[in-house]
Every structure is written in structure tokens, then in C-alpha cells.
Design a protein. Structure first.
Length: 127
């Protein structure tokens, strides 16, 4: 019984890490909709054009996940998820910093597409 308790602690930790990663990705995807008028004003765009930021994140996210699931089918899950989380931190952090200073709609779209692809790694490889 003690052995089962020792095995349970790492599983709880893994679930917690996955939960925090999923929360961060989901929040990053949906927080944009609440600040679209501010983004549109800052980039001198219409709200509809600023709304493309949500779409440009969602499309690579939706199409990237199935691709990454099949591409990583033979790789050990622990190593794969660790790599995905490190990539997520690096790519998401650098793209978020670049987005803050982009100033152009095309650059913002490009950075969000990269973040969408990288976010699909977490969901695909965490399953």
C-alpha cells in the first residue's frame, strides 16, 4: 500500500503541471477577445481586423494538434511532454514579448500563428 502512495504523488504532480499548462494556453487564447477594442485602437485597426488575432491563433492550433499526435506516436511521453513544456515557455515567452512591441498587424499575426502551433504541442503531446 505504501508503494501505491509513492507512485501516486508523481502522478498528481504531472496532472498539476498539465493543468497549469492547459490553463495558460487557454487563457492566452481567450484573453484576446476581451481586449480586442484596445488592441484595435493600439494598432489603428477595426475591431474585425483585430479579431483575426484570435483566428490566426486558433487555426494552427486546430490543425497542428492531430499532426503532432501522429508525429510523436513512438516517442516516450515523459520526454516528449518535458520538451513541449520547455518549448512552450521559450516560444510563448519570446512571442509574447515580440507581440508587445510588434506595432504592426502582420507581425502580430505571424507571432500568434507561431504561438498557436506551439500551443498545439502541449495539447497533442499531453494526451
Amino acid at each position: 500500500m505504501l508503494e501505491q502512495g509513492n507512485r501516486r504523488q508523481p502522478i498528481v504532480l504531472h496532472v498539476l503541471v498539465l493543468s497549469v499548462g492547459s490553463f495558460a494556453v487557454g487563457t492566452g487564447a481567450f484573453v484576446v477577445t476581451g481586449v480586442l477594442p484596445d488592441i484595435a485602437r493600439a494598432l489603428s485597426l477595426s475591431v474585425a481586423n483585430a479579431g483575426l488575432l484570435v483566428t490566426v491563433f486558433a487555426v494552427p492550433f486546430a490543425f497542428g494538434s492531430p499532426f503532432f499526435v501522429s508525429a510523436a506516436s513512438g516517442v516516450e511521453r515523459r520526454r516528449l511532454l518535458g520538451t513541449a513544456l520547455v518549448l512552450q515557455a521559450l516560444v510563448f515567452g519570446s512571442a509574447a514579448a515580440a507581440l508587445a512591441y510588434a506595432g504592426q498587424h502582420a507581425l502580430a499575426l505571424m507571432f500568434l500563428a507561431v504561438v498557436g502551433i506551439n500551443a498545439s504541442l502541449i495539447y497533442a503531446w499531453g494526451q
